[in-house]
Design a protein around this ligand. Structure first.
Ligand code: WA2
Length: 281
């Protein structure tokens, strides 16, 4: 009899955990597809038209009005690829200088305001944000290649042609860990089997979305009204020896644990959802 109860409990936990993991994964996938479509929108109406049919106002309005299509994202932005020799002309044309991302200690909130950031030192190339959803307007003019995680994402996105994810890191103007999803924008229509070199040469910019994981997962779980029953943690388990906790407080061991796998669409990153009952039986 006791065995039956234990078995039932195990089953209940597994079902609840799998359901939540699937919901999170599906919502992530939905928003990823829409971010991909935004990259095609920029390719078609900004790079594919002379003159461009997109400016900050158009991009800001369109992305705000379609935000419902991108659950879990806190904002989207478009960064242009600028080669060093084009920098002067680019800065004159926009009326601002390309800024360096303030990394490490973002001690002062003031430092995050673009006007207070330092100009980027000379680099081979830059990825300054030229369009943004209002929610992430603080990253306009910042060179996304000057941030370690953003830079790695940009390089991987343009060589692969796929949507790529960063490891969890502290996003600008946020106190939480988040991840960034990036799609490269190309100036020609590339074959699905184009080489990394062909892709890199055809790159004109980067469409990215930021995910404030803790607040967005919290929102999703609250919709299920089961917060009294189970404790959920989401981990980046790309490094098996050093998993990163992306959501949930430190684990209080209550015995039974169920692990549901999560697939966020980037094979280079691994994620898991861990669920426990709040109370021992
Ligand atoms: N977006 C929002 N907040 C951030 C951030 C970011 N990156 N990086 C650090 N905090 C425009 O991949 C191109 C968005 C980067 C895209």
């Amino acid at each position: 009899l006791n065995k039956d109860i234990v078995l039932r409990r195990k089953e209940t936990l597994a079902n609840m955990c799998d359901e939540r993991a699937r919901m999170l994964q599906d919502q992530f996938n939905v928003s990823m597809n829409h971010v991909h479509a935004l990259a095609i929108l920029v390719s078609t109406f900004h790079h594919g038209k002379q003159p461009s049919a997109i400016d900050q106002k158009t991009f800001g309005e369109y992305t705000e009005r379609t935000a419902f299509e991108r659950p879990l994202t806190s904002g989207v932005a478009y960064a242009l690829r600028v080669i060093h020799s084009e920098r002067d002309q680019f800065e004159k044309q926009h009326g601002w200088t390309i800024k360096k991302m303030e990394t490490e200690d973002q001690t002062l909130v003031q430092d995050c305001i673009p006007e207070n950031l330092d100009p980027s030192p000379p680099q081979d190339e830059y990825a300054p944000v030229i369009f943004s959803q209002e929610t992430v307007s603080h990253i306009v003019s910042i060179d996304m290649m000057s941030g370690k995680e953003d830079r790695e994402n940009i390089l991987r996105a343009r060589a692969s042609g796929k949507g790529v994810l960063t490891s969890p890191f502290k996003l600008l103007k946020s106190n939480h860990l988040g991840v960034v999803l990036t799609f490269a924008v190309y100036n020609i229509h590339l074959h699905p089997d184009a080489t990394p070199e062909q892709r890199i040469n055809a790159t004109v910019g980067y469409l990215g979305a930021s995910y404030d994981v803790p607040s967005l997962v919290e929102k999703l779980l609250l919709q299920l009204a089961s917060k009294q029953t189970i404790v959920v943690n989401v981990y980046d388990t790309t490094s098996k020896i050093a998993p990163i906790n992306m959501y949930g407080t430190d684990v209080v061991d209550t015995g039974l644990l169920h692990i549901s796998s999560l697939d966020f669409g980037d094979p280079a990153r691994k994620h898991e959802m861990h669920c426990r009952f709040k109370q021992k039986p």
